[in-house]
Design a protein around this ligand. Structure first.
Ligand code: SAH
Ligand code: SF4
Ligand code: F3S
Length: 480
């Protein structure tokens, strides 16, 4: 547990404190007493199941909710037949959205057999008005709904939910609050995501994120460094700096700091071995950052640089602020500065008005850029975004055909790019044991996974592995 709290120091008889973190500790202490009493009454542990949909930002915020639940005394389990079920939702594409409704249907039957079960939903999807209306109307058995801006208030909301019968909904339109130092239950002991900024100001015309995550806000560099120092003291050696557009980090701070300057401060932290970051918007990728990546000893040689489309015409309508030439120019520049860089990207197929010629431009960029991996998405109409109102949405069969052709090329090129390391010995951080006992998975600085025979004592360690056979997006290897 990170930022553990000593409840014996908290006076729960008095009024709740007014500072943000102190107030939450107060509610955690009250809930802890409640859980202990309930455990005694039932003669068994009180359980919760927390599932996360969406990106690493959501993963990171779920770690805070898990930290609070653990601190209160709930026992976590993977299956949904628990006393409390919590979903951290995503709405970037319709699929993500539909998944949650599907799960809610199943939860309803579970709740019929356990009427005391509590269901809480939070995250991006809950920031959409029509979603909350639907939950109020069609899913009255959901107990608590909150959003992306008030996650820090989880303990207080949970307490309030426990003390009422009706559905509790608390959605904030936006916030400039960043509450530090809440308890966190990390998914891995040796690596961690670290938010460096929240929200997004870019309003790409297809994307719902700016509407559900609010305006861009950067954390103070001192707070970021302090968090990472504490993480390192707690055993972390690899951090992933998270933001929707890390390249615009720090621009709105009282004392502006560039992303490269932040990296330099993070690099100075003793004991930290690897630094990753996500995501870089091509429009803001600076020469300063490229140069820093070339000389840094800790920043991994991996850059995720979402292209979205290869067509300059479509990129303009997407509101991406770069064109095909600029993108290809960036790829060239970064390869020159960091010759062994591993490049990955995101691509959307079937954006409104996309013609076969536009699509050919996308294939052309994939052909020329040698991505190690490309995440390909079928355009999904998100209500409230400008693209949702655009005419000439591309017919489903045309999109599907383009998607299949793109995927084939992406896989072919990915295999080609990833196989460049075959036979080399590289340092990996050993992350997990696979389902097959005795086989472990490590990650190279290039973000490539390698599976190899090993022993559990290797978990969390850096070891050298020979990359024997490339299997497309991963390797089979041997420890040397
Ligand atoms: N901030 C990041 C992206 C975050 S969302 C960036 O700009 O690079 C992750 C990916 O989801 C995007 O890169 C995009 O490829 C995809 N995506 C976002 N909205 C989408 C939509 N409406 N339909 C399909 N894919 C979408
Ligand atoms: Fe969405 Fe664009 Fe912001 Fe990325 S930069 S989150 S794609 S609006
Ligand atoms: Fe999804 Fe929200 Fe992330 S919409 S992709 S979880 S920022």
């Amino acid at each position: 547990m990170f930022n553990e709290i000593d409840f014996s120091k908290i006076d729960t008889a008095g009024a709740p404190p007014t500072d943000d973190a102190g107030r939450q500790y107060y509610y955690m202490a009250k809930l802890a007493t409640m859980v202990t009493l309930k455990e005694q009454e039932l003669g068994r542990p009180i359980t919760y199941c927390l599932q996360t949909f969406g990106c690493q930002m959501n993963e990171k915020q779920s770690e805070v909710v898990a930290g609070i639940m653990d601190e209160i005394g709930f026992k976590r389990q993977d299956t949904e037949n628990a006393d409390v079920v919590i979903y951290n939702t995503c709405t970037v594409r319709e699929n993500a959205n539909l998944k949650v409704y599907g799960r809610l249907g199943k939860l309803h039957s579970l709740k019929k057999s356990n009427p005391d079960m509590k269901i809480a939903l939070f995250g991006c999807m809950m920031q959409e008005k029509q979603v909350v209306d639907k939950i109020q109307k069609d899913y009255p058995f959901v107990n608590l709904v909150f959003g992306t801006h008030n996650i820090f208030k989880f303990a207080e909301l949970f307490y309030e939910m426990e003390n009422r019968d009706s559905q509790l909904i608390d959605i904030w339109e936006g916030t400039d609050k960043i509450v530090e130092e809440l308890p966190t239950e990390r998914n891995y002991s040796f690596k961690s995501g670290v938010n460096i900024m929240f929200g997004c100001n870019n309003f790409c015309s297809y994307c719902i994120v700016p509407y559900v995550r609010g305006r861009e806000r950067s954390r103070e560099p001192e707070a970021i460094v302090k968090e990472i120092e504490a993480l390192v003291a707690d055993g972390v050696t690899e951090v992933m700096l998270l933001g929707q557009n890390v390249n615009s980090y720090g621009k709105t701070l009282k004392n502006p700091v560039t992303f490269a300057q932040l990296l330099e401060k993070v690099e100075a932290i003793e004991g930290l071995k690897r630094i990753r970051f996500m995501t870089s918007h091509p429009k803001d990728l600076s020469d300063e950052l490229i140069e820093y990546m070339g000389k840094s000893k800790k920043v991994c040689h991996h850059l995720h640089l979402p292209m979205q489309s290869g067509s300059s015409r479509i990129l303009k309508v997407m509101n991406r602020h770069y064109d095909k030439e600029k993108y290809l120019g960036l790829v060239e520049k970064i390869r020159k500065a960091v010759p062994d860089i591993s490049l990955t990207t995101d691509i959307i197929v079937g954006f409104p008005g996309e013609t076969e010629e536009d699509f050919q431009e996308t294939l052309d960029v994939v052909e020329k850029s040698c991505f190690d991996t490309a995440f390909t998405f079928i355009y999904s109409k998100r209500s409230g975004t400008p693209a949702a109102k655009m005419e000439d949405q591309v017919p489903e069969d045309v999109v599907k055909d383009r998607f299949d052709r793109l995927l084939k090329l992406v896989q072919e090129k990915g295999r080609e790019a990833s196989s460049r390391f075959e036979g080399e010995v590289q340092e990996v951080l050993v992350e997990t044991e696979s389902k097959e006992k005795g086989i472990f998975t490590g990650r190279t600085q290039y973000n490539l996974l390698v599976h190899f025979p090993g022993t559990p004592d290797l978990l969390g360690k850096y070891i050298n592995v020979r990359l024997d056979t490339c299997k497309g997006f991963y390797y089979m290897g041997t420890q040397v």
